[in-house]
Design a protein. Structure first.
Length: 184
């Protein structure tokens, strides 16, 4: 992600209503019912929505656009591309678990990556869209992690690692996060 992707948009994005908003799906191959429910939502969106915003944590984690080659992300991208082909623009914003979603996945999904935050104009209303993790200022440990992981040079180093190493790191971070939540 480039530094510009983490700064507010210089202009307001005008979108058609009705706009649909989703976030925190945490899609993963281990939860096929969640994917099926998401696909049903996309079918309805093709008939009823004019715009779809996915506001982060779309995937449980994303360790680089090479993941696009795997069957599960390919199926997700294809479902989004079908919606986009129906004339419904799809916008993706990074979350704290999928901040490495890149242009390859966006292109395959027929989606546009948005900076966090982004201001939209929809039905005459200006709305600020954000995933929201940048607002967790009391969680100093997470804010320190976020500070470092959003640096382009750190991301380049991470993405240079073999995919299997990145997957191991992501699973370890995820496990540590879950363990930290269970402590009193």
């Amino acid at each position: 992600m480039s530094p510009a992707a983490s700064t507010p948009a210089a202009s307001v994005l005008a979108v058609e209503a009705p706009a649909w908003f989703i976030s925190d799906l945490h899609l993963t191959p281990g939860m096929p019912r969640t994917l099926a429910a998401f696909e049903r939502v996309l079918e309805r969106a093709a008939e009823q929505a004019r715009t779809l915003f996915i506001l982060g944590d779309f995937f449980e984690f994303w360790i680089g656009d090479e993941e696009s080659e795997a069957p599960f992300p390919r199926a997700v991208a294809a479902a989004l591309a079908r919606l986009s082909a129906c004339g419904v623009p799809v916008y993706l914003m990074h979350g704290n678990r999928d901040f490495l979603l890149g242009p390859r996945f966006a292109r395959e999904a027929g989606a546009t990556l948005l900076p966090d935050p982004t201001v939209i104009d929809c039905a005459g209303h200006r709305v600020v869209l954000t995933h929201g993790d940048m607002l967790c200022t009391d969680d100093t440990r997470y804010m320190r992690f976020r500070h470092w992981t959003r640096k382009a040079w750190i991301q380049r180093l991470f993405l240079a690692l073999p995919l299997s190493w990145r997957l191991g790191i992501a699973r370890k971070l995820r496990s540590d996060s879950e363990a930290g939540r269970q402590r009193p």
